[in-house]
Design a protein around this ligand. Structure first.
Ligand code: HEM
Length: 339
């Protein structure tokens, strides 16, 4: 008997508490009911609530379903269509203009000595294969990514809605296909190239003399000069890892990511991608028209001894030593910091 009374009492207490809990919404529901009478169809307060990002009740199960509008979505949209597009766009345009201005004022960096006709191997087949898979997918990802960011403003007025919609659809498919290919090539490139990109004391001298680009005089360096090492650590490593990880979060949104997470990773992806493209333009310029013989290094994998001596003197000695053609006896070291 006592147990039954105690159970009933407990039931009463819970019922009272539950009735207590639901009361806070009461005034709001009341106000809404009155508004339906005095101002039918005026749902302004409800929309203010929704616009504020407040979750409401919804019968369908699932995350965020109660949230009709993401307040942060507007912030993200303004950031993406505002500073990100404007500053990102100007950064890429200004870097491209600076490269063109430098090229047309200084021209290509030519070798000072005649070619010897003797070649040194500079890149193995694996290094070159990895490089060109990364390079090709990078260019495709950059062009399709720039289409997503600027296409509507710059390309659509030029080619019209229909052509643009075809290209934008193809660009999305290309971006989603070459994204994973690029990531795989990076996973191979990083261990392959990291060792020779470690910073050495003589790299500071290269930086101080801007790699000889100011006075077109040779500055000795190892296998990769300081400029290439900065490209490797800032571009390939840092920007490469950020665009890859954020890209995977965007490409596979089926792991319970919330909309705010997607917005955050989208912002990180776009910022890193714009930076990567800006630095990449410099690398592509240096790897094509900037310097006589540079492109052949990655295309054919070998360079003439003169090229190696003038651009990568310490690597030239190492390569010769590896071939048992050590520096002729009594030849002095080139400079104090030479190893
Ligand atoms: C069309 C685009 C590209 C061209 C024409 C190009 C060209 C070149 C050339 C000619 C070299 C050899 C330079 C030397 O002998 O020191 C080189 C080196 C290199 N490239 Fe590229 N490249 C391109 C894109 C890329 C991309 C997208 C990546 C990475 C994501 C990349 C990563 C590297 C690395 C790691 C090296 C070795 C030097 C270093 O570690 O900095 N390249 N590239």
């Amino acid at each position: 008997m006592r147990a039954a009374v105690a159970f009933l009492l407990a039931l009463l207490v819970c019922g009272a508490a539950a009735a207590q809990g639901s009361q806070p919404d009461e005034p709001r529901v009341k106000a809404q009911q009155e508004r339906e009478i005095t101002q039918p169809l005026n749902n302004a307060p409800v929309w203010r609530q929704i616009r504020g990002g407040e979750p409401g009740y919804i019968a369908m199960p699932g995350q965020e379903y109660g949230q009709a509008i993401m307040a942060s979505g507007e912030t993200w949209r303004e950031f993406r269509n505002g500073p990100l597009t404007v500053w990102g766009g100007w950064l890429i345009v200004l870097v491209a203009l600076a490269i063109l201005a430098y090229y047309f004022s200084k021209g290509q960096m030519k070798l000072h000595e005649p070619l010897t006709g003797r070649d040194l191997e500079r890149f193995s087949v694996l290094e070159r294969g990895t490089h060109w898979v990364a390079a090709a997918s990078f260019v495709i990802l950059a062009l399709t990514g720039l289409t997503f960011l600027f296409g509507k403003h710059l390309l659509m007025p030029l080619i019209g809605h229909l052509a643009f919609s075809w290209w934008a659809t193809a660009a999305k498919a290309l971006h989603n296909t070459f994204g994973p290919i690029f990531i795989l090539s990076l996973l191979l490139m990083i261990p392959l190239y990291a060792k020779d990109n470690l910073w050495r004391p003589y790299d500071w001298m290269w930086l101080r003399r801007l790699g000889g680009f100011a006075d077109h005089k040779d500055v000795p360096s190892g296998r990769y000069n300081a400029g290439e090492k900065i490209w490797f650590w800032l571009g390939v490593m840092l920007a490469g890892i950020v665009v890859s990880v954020s890209g995977l979060v965007l490409l596979f949104p089926n792991f319970g990511q919330q909309r705010e997470t997607i917005q955050l990773f989208h912002a990180a992806h776009t910022i890193a991608a714009v930076g990567f493209i800006a630095i990449g333009l410099g690398h592509i310029y240096l790897g094509t028209i900037a310097m006589q013989g540079a492109y052949a290094a990655m295309r054919l994998g070998k360079v003439d001894e003169t090229w190696a001596k003038e651009h990568h003197l310490y690597w030239y000695h190492e390569a010769k030593a590896r071939r048992g053609e050590a520096r002729p006896r009594g030849q002095p070291a080139q400079s104090r910091s030479e190893p």
